[in-house]
Write a protein that binds this ligand. Structure first.
Ligand SMILES: *Cc1c(COP(=O)(O)O)cnc(C)c1O
Length: 421
């Protein structure tokens, strides 16, 4: 459920007509709903009620400071994957003890940043990383809290590019090597083992892969405890999928996911951490765009928008589907005609949808891409020298620009000429 609905035929974000935002900000722009972000966060809180837990928002899904602060004020922690994300989390007001640091390629500078600024735990993904972290922590006279990310060799059944828990994926330590690596970690100075971490992929639409992974983690917890390790925390990752279209199979609800967590690891006495990104932010955001032209092609019409693959990359990257709805509700029984929805970028890959049935739309009409709040703005670029798409946040009847569209002077000002030109 989200808070983007038609009222009297006009698409609103909460109590704000999106056309009002468009007239002030211009298109394209991303729009996020505070009520939807809050609701999704609270669904996870309710799902884990009764367990000692922390919900760490996977901020690679959406790292705007306003989004982070909205969630931080609800009590969320953050899952960061770079020094840049760590700095953003801190700037949004998230204390270090609520930040977990993931990623296969943490640099020593990033480790130092987090150790000096405060960190809940490093989710370590390899033995060389463990050795580097030990050196950095020892040099600082610090102790790094560590969970080791294990790769349980489970196929999450999702898109190949976002499956992370198979043995051929680059993530984590093979579960068969886990006892060996924990033993090595226990001998290293500056390292304090505190838990186990697992994340098997994104946009999962079934519970079975989670169930298989978490059962293996429960077994591993018992084995590692028998070996003498302190396993106080289980970081179970993110990945619960969202409905991108009403006709899709409906992914499991956070409540069912929470029940599964309680069933598989609930009796171990561990603090449970989860790292949802997409489910919190995805359906809390729209990308609003205008039609520039309707072009009649050979056997098909093209709807050419003012947004493109540089603004919303998921269709070009993953062949992803986003529902596209007009800002003015079509009359009941309006003729739906298939059109190709494309952007202005000079690549055929800049296609949002092929032969998508849409009501009659023409130049100047506005549309919204649904489910664009996660992996949308964060992946945007200035390809084709198109200004970075701005972001807007709504709360009730208020809205605010939370990242303005850059001016062309700002864009050009970032380049510098070498002395010989
Ligand atoms: C991407 C990622 C997540 C979030 O995945 P979602 O599908 O957005 O919930 C969580 N943890 C890690 C380690 C990730 O890389």
């Amino acid at each position: 459920m989200d808070h983007f609905i038609y009222r009297d035929g006009i698409l609103h974000a909460e109590d704000v007509p999106l056309a009002d935002i468009a007239s002030q900000v211009g298109t394209p722009f991303y729009c996020y709903s505070t009520a939807t972000l809050t609701r999704h966060y609270q669904l996870f809180e309710a799902a884990l009620d009764g367990l000692d837990h922390l919900i760490c928002f996977a901020m690679k899904a959406n790292s705007n400071l306003a989004v982070l602060r909205t969630l931080a004020q609800l009590g969320a922690g953050m899952d960061v994957v770079s020094g840049g994300e760590y700095r953003r989390a801190r700037a949004a007001g998230v204390p270090g003890e609520r930040i977990v640091f993931a990623g296969v390629g943490k640099t020593r500078a990033e480790m130092q940043l987090a150790l000096e600024g405060g960190i809940r735990q490093f989710n370590v993904e390899s033995e060389p990383e463990l050795a580097a972290l030990s050196e950095v922590a020892t040099a600082l006279g610090a102790e790094a809290p560590v969970a080791i990310r294990v790769n349980p060799d489970i196929d999450a059944g999702t898109h190949d590019k976002i499956a992370t828990g198979r043995k051929e994926d680059k993530f984590g330590i093979p579960i068969a090597r886990a006892r060996h690596v924990y033993a090595a970690a226990a001998r290293l100075p500056g390292i304090r083992v505190c838990g186990i971490d697992v994340h098997i992929g994104s946009q999962l639409t079934e519970l079975a892969p989670f169930e298989a992974a978490y059962s293996r983690i429960a077994d591993l917890t018992r084995e590692l405890r028998a070996d003498g390790h302190m396993i106080e925390r289980l970081d179970l990752g993110g990945g619960l999928g969202i409905p991108y279209t009403a006709s899709n199979e409906v992914p499991p609800l956070p409540a069912e996911y929470g029940a599964l967590i309680k069933r598989t690891v609930g009796d171990l006495g561990c603090t449970v951490e989860i790292e949802p990104g997409r489910l919190i932010a995805g359906n809390a955001g729209l990308l609003v765009s205008s039609v520039i032209y309707r072009k009649i092609g050979a056997g098909r019409d093209f709807l050419i928008l003012d947004s493109a693959m540089n603004d919303l990359g998921r269709p070009a990257l993953y062949g992803a589907w986003h529902d596209i709805i007009p800002l003015t509700e079509p009359a009941p029984g309006a003729d739906m005609e298939p059109v190709d929805v494309v952007g202005p970028v000079c690549e055929s890959g800049d296609t949002f949808a092929r032969q998508r049935p849409l009501p009659p739309l023409d130049a100047g009409d506005m549309v919204a891409f649904r489910s664009a709040g996660a992996y949308g703005a964060v992946m945007a670029s200035e390809y084709n020298s198109r200004p970075l798409v701005p972001e807007v946040m709504v709360r009730g009847d208020q809205f605010a620009v939370i990242r303005p569209r850059p001016t062309f002077d700002e864009m050009l000002g970032r380049d510098t000429l070498p002395p010989w030109l």
